[in-house]
Design a protein around this ligand. Structure first.
Ligand code: S3P
Length: 448
């Protein structure tokens, strides 16, 4: 996959990184705040919303369903919802750009209202399987027309009329699939029960409760959990404060760990335990990351981080940690390249269906920069080259994947030779401030 208007960028070794990184709002929570706001009765006021391509795609789609969304300032949005079950059919196909989360959650949100919408997106999104979402929604009575077995976009979804509650188990370790079902359950008659083995991110559950949905979460004896939602639900608009995104912070954190002499601060980062697998892993690798002033904001745990350059050592990352760091494996692979010893990351099958096949994209990036690794099934084992031993010098294809771009730029900040990535335009889907923020800390990134 290639972006027609691509812009390459090169990162190279320079001075230590210092200062304060003001990371933008969390993407997952931003998407959910807009969607729940659009489903609720009355007004939702959001602060700290991530202003990025993915979030703006979702905002556009929600307006097409009849909600009123107004940007009142940077990160400050007002949403007037229609009430659950009152969305109307959009007049034109909905273009979700690069956003898997936006499109899949909105599919769930419209699934139990008798309306029709066509979903499409960029080349990356059009290659991603939608069957994982629309097949479980069939139990509510939806019908759909997608492309081929994987139900690729363009996909037309017909919401169910008079949907009834369902009991189902989500086999995929995906918060997007779980969330789509929870949102669909809002307008189905009765109590839906949705169980999952993996403890995927729980922002939908928390925010639904804050909007007044009757929702409960209980652990299951056999592991995982079961979530019940009572429908038809009435959601009430509320105030949402979006914490700063740990998945975006990850790039600055690892940069500070690997660039000699660095010390940076990252205030008010989301520390929901289902999102902190990378921090846990880096600590096990010997990273100096101080978590200070833990507190709660907008119903989520947050804290301030101080990160210092550290000598990292290779570790085993167990498969059951994957849900809490699913978007962080590319940047962990970069940290592992600068470590001493091997880092084995187990159970990465979900990486194959992200914005790119991230397992392949990471492997190729490592190879092009002289880092040794092995792929064993769905495991990735990176051989650490030591803090000064990563050769670099490669030009990495990013496959329209923002996290591949930011990960390999991070590598270039500490490798012997600069690292080039073929396209940085996609970074704007999740972290438009990335380049300015990193340069503000002292990073050197320039057009090749
Ligand atoms: C997300 C869930 C994850 C993650 C994505 C955001 C969400 O996807 O990769 O960036 O907001 O629910 P999966 O649910 O497919 O694992």
């Amino acid at each position: 996959m290639h972006n027609a208007n691509s812009a390459p960028l090169r990162a190279r070794r320079a001075a230590p990184l210092t200062g304060t990184a003001q990371i933008p709002g969390d993407k997952s929570i931003s998407q959910r705040a807009l969607i729940l706001g659009a489903l609720a009765d009355g007004e939702t006021r959001i602060t700290g919303l991530l202003e990025s391509g993915d979030v703006h795609s979702t905002a556009g789609a929600l307006s097409a369903f009849g909600a009123t969304l107004t940007q009142e300032g940077p990160g400050r949005w007002r949403v007037l919802g229609t009430g659950v079950g009152n969305w109307t059919s959009p007049a034109a196909p909905l273009d979700f750009g690069n956003s898997g989360t936006g499109s899949r959650l909105v599919m769930g949100a419209m699934a139990t209202t008798p309306i029709t919408a066509t979903f499409t997106g960029d080349a990356s999104l059009r290659s991603r399987p939608m069957a994982r979402v629309v097949e479980p929604l069939l139990a509510f009575g939806v019908t759909y027309e997608g492309q081929g077995e994987k139900a690729l976009m363009p996909l037309t979804l017909h919401g169910a009329k008079a949907a009834k509650a369902i009991t189902t188990h989500v086999a995929t370790a995906s918060a997007q699939v779980k969330s789509a079902l929870l949102l669909a359950a809002l307008n189905a008659q009765g109590t839906s029960r949705i169980s999952q083995d993996a403890l995927t991110r729980d922002h939908s559950e928390k925010m639904l409760a804050a909007f007044g949905a009757k929702i409960s979460v209980s652990p299951r004896a056999e592991g995982g959990e079961v979530i019940t939602v009572e429908g038809p639900a009435r959601l009430t608009g509320c105030n949402v404060e979006v914490p700063r995104d740990p998945s975006s912070a990850a790039f600055a954190i690892v940069a500070a760990l690997v660039v000699p002499g660095s010390e940076i601060e990252l205030p008010a980062i989301l520390l929901n335990p289902r999102r902190t697998g990378l921090i846990q892993t880096l600590l096990e690798m010997g990273a100096q990351i101080d978590v200070r002033n833990k507190r709660t904001s907008g119903g989520e745990e947050i804290g301030d981080l101080v990160v210092r350059r550290s000598q990292l050592k290779g570790v085993e990352v167990p498969a059951d940690r994957a849900p809490s760091m699913i978007d962080e494996y590319p940047i962990l692979a970069v940290a592992a390249a600068f470590a001493t010893g091997k880092t084995a990351m187990r159970g990465l099958e979900e990486l194959r269906v992200k914005e790119s096949d991230r397992l392949e994209a990471v492997a190729l990036g490592l190879m092009l920069n002289g880092v040794r690794y092995e792929i064993e099934g769905d495991d990735l084992v990176v051989e650490g080259m030591g803090p000064d031993g990563v050769p670099g010098g490669g030009t990495v294809p990013t496959h329209m994947d923002h996290r591949i771009a930011m990960s390999f730029l991070t590598m270039g900040l500490a490798s012997q030779q600069p690292v080039t990535v073929d396209d940085v335009t996609m970074i704007a889907t999740s972290f438009p401030e990335y380049q300015d923020l990193m340069k503000g800390l002292g990073a050197v990134m320039e057009a090749p």
